[in-house]
Design a protein around this ligand. Structure first.
Ligand code: B12
Ligand code: SF4
Length: 498
């Protein structure tokens, strides 16, 4: 029996779907994996405030042909891919096949997911999918499977995989793997591991002689913390309240596999929500050092210590990303980050004094309806005073995820229109209909404009003059859109010329 597993994500990483495929293959089933990265529809240069990921009919037709032999079609989805999932399901659903959605979107929005699919997988999918495949192969009407919410039936009993080290390594094919190549408008078979090269290259156009090839990997699932806006808020309830760590041996097994099959990989990106929170993070770093693979990771201020960070850098941590989101006391409370932001002073001091040029990325959230201009100014002034010279900031627009504490608060206070497709709101600050003046100050900081200038523009009189409806709803978004249109035109002309 054939099973097609489809991913619409722009990154080919897909730890979840690859893990499911590996488990099915180990049990003797025949899977096909189809990756449909469409970076252009997700590009920051677009101007829509929603994630409009949609497919040309020609692509859908090719997919219909490719999946005609499949009894089951599994599609992985984050919220922003909801429409993509609906389009794929509408195109590929037949009377004699079964379409199942999995990933964060159906986990958080099962009823919405069931509008477009036969079933929604809640949380871990490996063994749920295996049981589904077995039942369908046996010719019985599938039902009563842990983690699977069948349309027309009730919410399922839940289960999660306690020992994630027991899972096989992710399935990278190449047999039976296909990737949509947007500029060719073609779904190409992956013929060798070498074919992954362009998809693992980091900014290939700017790094011609010294391309960085990144392998993304998970060493854990989950996060020890529980911020009110984060999907983990729900995942902790339906998946696992505790972080599940892979053993050092399992991590080593994956690294050895990568070295053998992707010898061109020269960097790792550790995708764990909070790498510094690993109990054996020290030893894990030693392992990465042993194999000479520089790495990037994410962390939360509360897990910072000088010794640990110095050790990680010594072991090859060449960049890291830290969640701050806001430094304003009100916002830290609203986000439930009072305790976990607590070491941020030490973090910034450490990098300012010891590694002023280190590529540290500080993540911030904007467009929070409870945040006042004063709150944002508090964060801006804090960063102006403490941020290391060459640190970068990531500015994301708040998206409400169904079932999170912050989303519930917004619904209770009538701040969110739940009849709209709010799941599709983009996180790009520059694609919003309204862009606050204070957001622009953060952007100036991101662009590393002189801090003296930003301080002047962040003065109270400047903010009270410019944080006004005409500026935030028309002037700034209008200017941003014009810049984007001009950029697209110039880019188009350059492309025509060469
Ligand atoms: C790695 C990661 C990424 C990577 C790789 C994504 C990829 N292609 O795989 C990158 C960095 C590219 C990325 C980008 C983004 N991400 Co991200 N990312 C993650 C992260 C940290 C881990 C995901 C992961 O690999 N988990 C491990 C695997 C094994 O678990 P899994 O994917 O959930 O899969 C399991 C189940 O869900 C299920 N399942 C999954 N698919 C399917 C399919 C079927 C058929 C079935 C049956 C089951 C099933 O079974 C799997 C195995 O058990 C999560 C955080 C988290 N806690 O999940 C955020 C997360 C998924 N990302 C998130 C977001 C918002 C984004 C961005 C939209 C925004 C941003 N500002 O970064 C972008 C989107 C980029 C884009 N182009 O659209 C949110 C999604 C929220 C939501 N409600 O949709 C999360 C949950 C972070 C958060 N804390 O809120 N991300
Ligand atoms: S620390 Fe990050 S990943 Fe963990 S709950 Fe908070 S936002 Fe989510």
């Amino acid at each position: 029996m054939k099973i097609s597993l489809v991913s619409p994500y722009s990154s080919l990483y897909n730890a979840g779907l690859r893990s499911i495929s590996a488990v099915l293959k180990n049990a003797g089933f025949d899977t096909r994996m189809i990756f449909l990265p469409m970076p252009s529809t997700e590009s920051g240069w677009n101007i829509s405030p929603f994630c409009h990921i949609s497919y040309p009919e020609s692509l859908l037709e090719r997919l219909r042909v490719m999946t005609a032999d499949s009894s089951i079609i599994g599609i992985t989805l984050m919220d922003n891919y909801m429409r993509a999932g609906a389009e794929l399901s509408n195109a590929l659903k037949r009377a004699d096949n079964f379409v199942i959605f999995g990933g964060v979107f159906p986990t958080l929005n099962p009823l919405k997911a069931l509008e477009f699919s036969d079933a929604a997988c809640i949380g871990d999918g490996e063994y749920a999918m295996l049981e589904l495949v077995r039942q369908i192969e046996a010719g019985t009407a599938p039902g009563a499977i842990k983690n699977i919410y069948f349309r027309g039936q009730g919410y399922p009993e839940l289960d999660s995989i306690h020992d994630i080290s027991s899972l096989p390594l992710p399935d990278y094919g190449p047999e039976g793997h296909y990737v949509y190549v947007e500029h060719l408008d073609e779904i190409m078979p992956v013929k060798s591991f070498e074919d992954y090269k362009p998809f693992m290259a980091f900014r290939p156009e700017t790094n011609r002689d010294n391309t960085v090839y990144i392998y993304r990997m998970e060493t854990a699932r989950g996060c020890p913390d529980n911020c009110t806006y984060c999907a983990n808020n729900v995942l902790k309830k339906v998946q696992s309240p505790k972080v599940r760590f892979k053993s050092i041996e399992k991590i080593e097994e994956e690294i050895l596999w990568v070295k053998e099959h992707f010898p061109f990989v020269n960097e790792l990106s550790i995708e764990d929500d909070s790498f510094f929170a690993r109990k054996d993070v020290w030893e894990t770093a030693n392992l990465l050092k042993k194999y000479g693979l520089p790495f990037k990771s994410l962390f939360t201020p509360v897990y910072f210590t000088e010794e640990l960070t110095a050790h990680l850098i010594e072991c090859g941590m060449i960049a890291c990303q830290i969640g701050l989101q806001s430094r304003a006391p009100n916002m830290e409370t609203i986000y439930r980050r009072v305790a976990i932001n607590k070491n941020i002073d030490e973090v910034l001091k450490f990098f300012s004094l010891r590694h002023p040029n280190y590529p540290l990325i500080i993540d911030l959230i904007v467009d929070n309806p409870w945040e006042t201009p004063e709150d944002t100014l508090f964060t801006i002034n804090y960063l102006l005073d403490h941020m290391p010279r060459n640190a970068m900031i990531g500015v994301s627009s708040l998206v409400f995820y169904n079932g999170t504490a912050l989303c519930n608060k917004a619904v209770e206070e009538n701040l969110l229109d739940t009849s709209s497709d709010y799941q599709l709101k983009t996180w790009h600050w520059h694609r919003q209909n309204r862009i606050n003046y204070t957001t622009m100050l953060l952007v100036m900081l991101k662009l590393r404009l002189p801090r003296g200038l930003i301080r002047t523009l962040a003065s109270k009189p400047a903010v009270s003059l410019l944080e006004r409806k005409f500026v935030t709803d028309r002037l700034i978004p209008g200017t941003v859109r014009t810049i984007k249109r001009l950029y697209k035109k110039i880019k188009g002309r350059i492309a025509d010329k060469y």
